[in-house]
Design a protein around this ligand. Sequence first.
Ligand code: URA
Length: 445
Amino acid sequence: MNPVELIINKRDGKHFTASEIQWLVDSYTREEIPDYQMSALLMAIYFQGMNRDEMTALTKAMIESGKSLDLSSIEAIKVDKHSTGGVGDKVSLILAPLVAAAGVTVPMMAGRGLGHTGGTLDKLEAIPGFRTELSESEFFRQLSKIGCAIVGQTEQMVPADRQLYALRDVTGTVPSIPLICSSILSKKKAEGADALVLDVKIGNGAFFNDREITYRLARTLVELGNILDLKTQALITNMDQPLGNTIGNWIETREAMKALQGNGAKDLMDVTLALGSLMLVQAGKIDDYHTGFEILQDVLDSGRAWQRFIEMVAMQGGDVSVLNHPDIYPKPVYQAEVKASCSGNIYDMNACSLGLAALSLGAGRVKKTDAVDPKAGILLYKKVGDSVSKGEPLALLTTDCSQELGDAMNRVAQAIDIRDASPQIQPLIETLILADEELIFSLPD
Ligand code: URA
């Protein structure tokens, strides 16, 4: 086959056959197609898209580029959750031990923060010693023993995605629905999950800040997941303001720990319990997600979810003394408060700008290879709809890097819009997208 011919075909809106896709993925993974040709092809896909058959073939070829885990000897249905990424989104840290303590096996393969969004692996690695790279046998043993593990993608797993994602990152081709769907679903299939609950974010802090594209992404993920025999559902949740009250790595892990101990912020717990209830449905534990809230609340209240988190941290090499005594955690060198410039109501909090402010303090990375500072972050004292008086603190910023503090304070001040008027608050959870229907998701009273 000739890569130039295939690039021209896609540029002109033609469809690939499964064998053409297989050849492209194999040849690129073996470094027989150079980056400049693959870049042109990715850009052609970005503009021309792919149909269902092409996306299915692409995802399968990506899975076959590496090793898949075989978890079939763990009899239970294994359910993972994936978020399309947001600001202050520490849900996975609470959800994996919570749902495992409710009797579901959760093999969770998570990612790192990039740009304004945070990553679960960075948050967990804020715990001294915590290992996100487990061998296959360690992963398997941990899942069999405690029902949950949160790890990163291994070197052997879906190498085509690692190579393609790195190239997309530097060629403006990340926001393409076929490329996103094949990337996410290839990893979920390869990790051995049977079912998947997706948290597709909508709003200014989300991957796409466009309703129509977000819904198209969610529907495509659900359709493709189910074609690939991965029982997939998606929940559309709002990301117009950060989830919970913290942004940063240790500070978010700390907030997740408090949530596991029964003191979680309402928005954080609503999203966590909603996703957890869907995971119970996917695992066949319940028929109707409404009953899941009570089951999971009981697990939280009993302390079993918190105990499961401690067990997970211990099995992954983390220092549990900081879980039991968080005050011994090293303190950031600098901290400063941003205060309200006038009295009124918090009308809007730009999640993307707040994420970028946390990044500039050291909590995130611009390039994949950048190091993160676990102590850098933002504690939000206020959320949208709260009233404030002039001079009242809005947020506390922490960092080891004094040069960035002034700019980050300005960014946070600008991201928080205070007005006399009351805001129109969007629903936190919008729609549940299933393989054959879409439902308005209702939270319990
Ligand atoms: N997350 C992924 O894993 N892949 C993408 O392409 C985008 C987000």
